[in-house]
Design a protein. Structure first.
Length: 260
């Protein structure tokens, strides 16, 4: 039986400077050469998973936007979009609670350049995505949005939670970011969709992660692996804690489990 291994991006496949260790590249290629599946499994939207150095590693598919987009060999397996009314409701809650939003979809991302002027991460996204990075304008039609993220710095998080938590999953990160996805969705749901599509047993699933949106994923798979640079709660949730990204953590864990 083939194994399916799922890899988060930020803090897992690459470090805070988006550097991918050579051992990570060679190990994932060896993993696939040994007859296993390798999937990206990220909170990032599909539109933002486009860096050549990342995709050139070689993956069988992508789980994006916290499980709301699933593809295998370029073929869409599952998709969950937000309606225009849902988007407007979330944007209203974001603004009422003094936050800033980023709309994330399959082809495009929408951001207010005025609100995020000078923000280095938004500048990076704009350079990365080019014409697919669009201005967030009132009453616009937003194409195939899976997820919305918001900067919670100086925002009223309690008011925000009160307005949206009954209808949406709110995933708060330590760096003052919240991801907003439809109720009941997570990376674990995306992994479940992959396993159903490929006929993979849960006993043959592995996942690597480091932060808040990886918790459900690490609980769902049979072998949950936390990076050495991961947060405390991720390490507590995992079955196995490997080394940091920069210290060949992925290679070491794949060797530990006999996958390479």
């Amino acid at each position: 039986m083939k194994n399916a291994v799922f890899f988060d991006i930020d803090g897992t496949l690459w470090d805070s400077h988006m550097r991918i260790p050579k051992t990570t590249v060679s190990s994932i290629r060896k993993l696939r050469d040994n007859g296993n599946f390798a999937f990206i499994c990220s909170g990032r939207s599909r539109a933002a998973i486009c860096t050549p150095e990342l995709l050139d590693i070689g993956f069988d598919g992508v789980v994006a936007s916290c499980g709301t987009h699933v593809e295998y060999q370029g073929r869409m397996v599952f998709e969950q979009y937000m309606s225009q009314d849902e988007i407007k409701k979330i944007l209203s809650a974001v603004r009422r609670n003094k936050m800033r939003a980023i709309l994330e979809g399959i082809e495009y991302m929408y951001v207010s350049s005025r609100e995020f002027a000078g923000d280095p991460f938004v500048g990076y996204l704009k350079d990365l995505m080019g014409e697919r990075f669009l201005e967030l304008e009132e009453d616009a039609f937003f194409s195939r949005i899976n997820k919305i993220s918001a900067d919670t710095t100086n925002g009223d998080t309690e008011g925000f939670i009160h307005m949206l938590s009954s209808e949406y999953e709110l995933i708060f990160h330590e760096e003052r970011v919240v991801e907003i996805v439809p109720k009941g969705f997570s990376k674990a749901v995306g992994i479940q969709k992959v396993c159903e599509f490929l006929g993979i047993s849960r006993e043959n699933t592995y996942a690597f992660g480091d932060s808040a949106n990886d918790l459900e994923m690490l609980s769902y798979v049979y072998h949950g692996i936390a990076m050495g640079n991961g947060t405390k709660d991720v390490k507590e949730k995992a079955d196995y804690v490997t080394d940091c990204v920069e210290k060949d953590g992925i290679q070491k864990a794949l060797l530990h489990f006999g996958l390479i």
